[in-house]
Write a protein that binds this ligand. Structure first.
Ligand code: ZN
Length: 79
């Protein structure tokens, strides 16, 4: 065992504590980043003015194409 003077022990404990804090910070920040759920965009409801088909689109676009007839329609309600 190598003898350490008081300042060496002080530096050793300081570095040990700082690395523990740093590791904990790194761990929790990475975990939060991984666990962050992807916010699902609220779907927009579209009703086709040509065929009456009601459909959803999650994109934030002013108009979406009808899946049945292909007409472009404005969204009715978003929630
Ligand atoms: Zn349609």
């Amino acid at each position: 065992m190598m003898p350490l003077s008081l300042p060496d022990w002080y530096v050793f404990f300081l570095i040990a504590n700082l690395s523990v804090v740093f590791a904990a910070t790194l761990y929790y920040s990475v975990r939060r980043y991984r666990r962050m759920p992807r916010r699902r965009a609220a779907p927009f409801i579209f009703r086709c003015s040509v065929c009456g088909h009601v459909y959803l689109d999650r994109r934030s676009v002013p108009m979406a194409e009808c899946g049945k007839c292909g007409a472009m329609n404005e969204n009715v309600k978003s929630f």
